[in-house]
Design a protein around this ligand. Sequence first.
Ligand SMILES: Nc1nc2c(ncn2[C@@H]2O[C@H](COP(=O)(O)OP(=O)(O)O)[C@@H](O)[C@H]2O)c(=O)[nH]1
Ligand SMILES: [Mg+2]
Length: 187
Amino acid sequence: MGLLDKLSGLLGLKKKEVHVLCLGLDNSGKTTIINKLKPSNAQCQDIVPTIGFTIEKFKSSSLSFTVFDMSGQGRYRNLWEHYYKDGQAIIFVIDSSDKLRMVVAKEELDTLLNHPDIKHRRIPILFFANKMDLRDAVTSVKVSQLLCLESIKDKPWHICASDAIKGEGLQEGVDWLQGTSHTTVHL
Ligand SMILES: Nc1nc2c(ncn2[C@@H]2O[C@H](COP(=O)(O)OP(=O)(O)O)[C@@H](O)[C@H]2O)c(=O)[nH]1
Ligand SMILES: [Mg+2]
C-alpha cells in the first residue's frame, strides 16, 4: 500500500474527498515530498501557472493535494488564501538548512494561522523539517523552537524530520496525520 493510499483513510471518509494543503517557502521540498507521496497513477489535475505563481493540484482516490509556494509572491497572496477554506489538513514544509529564511517561514506560518479561514478551525498541521541530510540542517527540535510551534494550542500539530529525496520521515508524518484526523477534524 502506497503512502497516499494510507492517507486516503484520512478522516475515515472513504467516499468524500479530503483536501490537503501542502505549503511552505519555495525550495523547501514540497514538490519532492508530494511526488514521493503520490502513487504513479495519480493524475496531475492541473498546474496553473498564473504570472509568477504556480498551484499544483494532484488527485488520487479520495485525496486531493493543493501545493503552492508562499514566498516572494506577496501580491498573489489572495490567490492562494482562496484555497484555505477547503483545506482539511495542512502539510507545512521547512528547509531546515535555510537558516536565513527561517524567520520568513515563521512569518508565513503566523500569517497562515491568523487567517480567518484557518484561525478558528482545529485543522491538523504536519510540519516536515526537511533536508535533514544537509550538513547545515538544524534539528527538528530547533526548527520547532525557531517557529514557536509550542505556542500553537488550538490545533493538533506534529513535526517530523525528513529527507524528501530519500523519502525518509515521510511515513511517520503520514501515520500521524492519519491517526489524528479522526478525532480532530470536523466537517
Ligand atoms: N538535500 C536535500 N535536498 C532536497 C530535499 N528535498 C528537496 N530537495 C531539493 O531541494 C530543491 C527544491 O525542492 P522542491 O521540491 O522543488 O521544492 P518546492 O519549491 O518547495 O516545491 C530541489 O533541488 C530538491 O531536489 C531533501 O530532503 N534533502
Ligand atoms: Mg514546487
